[in-house]
Design a protein around this ligand. Sequence first.
Ligand code: AMP
Length: 215
Amino acid sequence: MKMIFLGAPGAGKGTQAEIVSEKYAIPAISTGAIIREAIKNQTEMGKAAKQYTENGALVPDEVVIGIIKERLAADDCKNGFILDGFPRTVPQAEALEEMGVSIDLVVNIFVPDEKIVERMSGRRVCAKCGASYHTSFNPSKDGETCDKCGDKLTIRKDDAPEVVKSRLVTYHEQTQPLEDFYAKRGKLETVVGQERVEDTTSLTLALIEAKKQGR
Ligand code: AMP
């Protein structure tokens, strides 16, 4: 199954994408994680992306479209994938169609802005493997290190409150129009993000199973 997880920054796309990825043994592809890795490694792309990302702005379409084109050509995408954080603009969604990628389901995780700001303040990420946690809703076992690889958890620079606000503005202006884009194509399903990660997962899995069974 080829899926897109849509939703505001901090709505829980990444967390749900990781869970669904394990359950169905398909890769979860996060353009944000690929970009952060490139910034960390100071590649040409990373250097070009840094200033956008740190200000809560979007990296130019042609850069992320290039990243996705390359990633989707990999062998592990043959049986399906989850796109987490791509597309984020209508031109990116159009580019995906032009690549001949036919999406089965778009899961739109809805969380109101006030909740997003509250959630982002508790988000912690592993800089090494990219796993994401939350101090209240999804803590790592010891609260300080990553359950998966043991590295120290950190706060993302773009999770600072003023950057979160500009990321939300960017989301409403540039990404939310994708709800209409995919609704028109009959692909959009919305999940209301719940307090507990597992409750959002149950709703998400129910949608995926319904889609698989053609309901
Ligand atoms: P994320 O981890 O998905 O919240 O992404 C972190 C940051 O990476 C975003 O705020 C953008 O600066 C950049 N980014 C990730 N995905 C995209 C995309 N599809 N288009 C443009 N910029 C992106």
